[in-house]
Design a protein around this ligand. Structure first.
Ligand code: C5P
Length: 235
């Protein structure tokens, strides 16, 4: 059984403040894009859980593996699984690649193991893995709030002209934790993504990427998530 794990872009991203847990209070419109990894499930001997295809990611930091272990623990399922990921979504790119894989593991394994968990339960498990996971478990264009755990379908948001979307990931690995650490109150409201000024200060290659898309005639050019991906709309 194979499922698609779609990357996301953030059409807006507001940082509303810091939280007692050290995270930031967010409000962001998150939308899936066609770019995706393929996540394949097959039966494994005994109760072993293995994940292939995430080269360079240490097992304890592999969000897909954490998702599988968390779901097995939450369900009491004693089956094993072999998960093979064909990776296309770049890492450190603000496209939610690791979160997309984790979301696909939660929804895919729920089916593969016949667990029948409601989507709300899968989203709650996702929130334990990463801030973007609940939105990607839900799917579609959503408003994400809180740390990322509050997700609602985004009915009122104008449908973007998807056929005009241009996405560019420069050769820059952006650390989400570093970008949030660099965020200053004065960055707020400077554009549609409050993290963009901080990311550009840390990684000048992101500023260059924004300028490149503008020079190519794209409009409303902005950064996705904590970078490094930028996107805009062809005239
Ligand atoms: O939840 P996730 O693992 O994606 O977050 C990565 C890092 O981004 C966190 O360690 C934290 O520094 C920062 N973060 C934050 N506030 C959020 C989401 C992420 O400060 N709402």
């Amino acid at each position: 059984m194979t499922v698609e794990a779609h990357a996301k872009i953030n059409l807006t991203l507001e940082v509303l403040g810091t939280r007692p847990d050290g995270y930031h209070e967010l409000r962001s419109v998150v939308a899936p894009i066609p770019l995706h990894d393929d996540v394949a499930f097959s039966a494994a001997e005994g109760d072993s859980v293995s994940v292939e295809g995430c080269d360079g990611v240490p097992p304890e930091k592999n969000l897909a593996r954490r998702a599988a272990l968390l779901l097995r623990e939450a369900s009491g399922c004693r089956k094993g699984v072999r998960i093979a990921i064909a990776k296309r979504i770049p890492m450190g790119a603000g496209l939610g690649g690791g979160s997309a894989d984790a979301a696909a593991v939660l929804t895919g394994l729920d089916r593969f193991w016949n667990l029948g968990f409601p989507v709300e339960r899968l989203m709650a498990l996702g929130a334990e893995i990463g801030s973007d996971v609940p939105a990607l478990v839900h799917g579609g264009v959503v408003l994400m709030e809180g740390r990322g755990e509050k997700v609602s379908p985004c009915a009122g948001f104008p449908t973007p002209p998807w056929e005009k979307l241009v996405v560019y990931t420069p050769p820059v690995f952006s650390s989400t934790a570093r970008v949030y650490g660099e965020f200053r109150e004065t960055d707020r409201g400077a554009g549609k993504n409050d993290l963009q000024p901080a990311a550009c200060r840390l990684y000048p290659g992101i500023r260059d990427a924004l300028r490149k898309l503008e020079a190519e005639g794209c409009r409303d050019v902005m950064m996705s998530g904590s970078g490094s991906t930028v996107f805009g709309w062809r005239e």
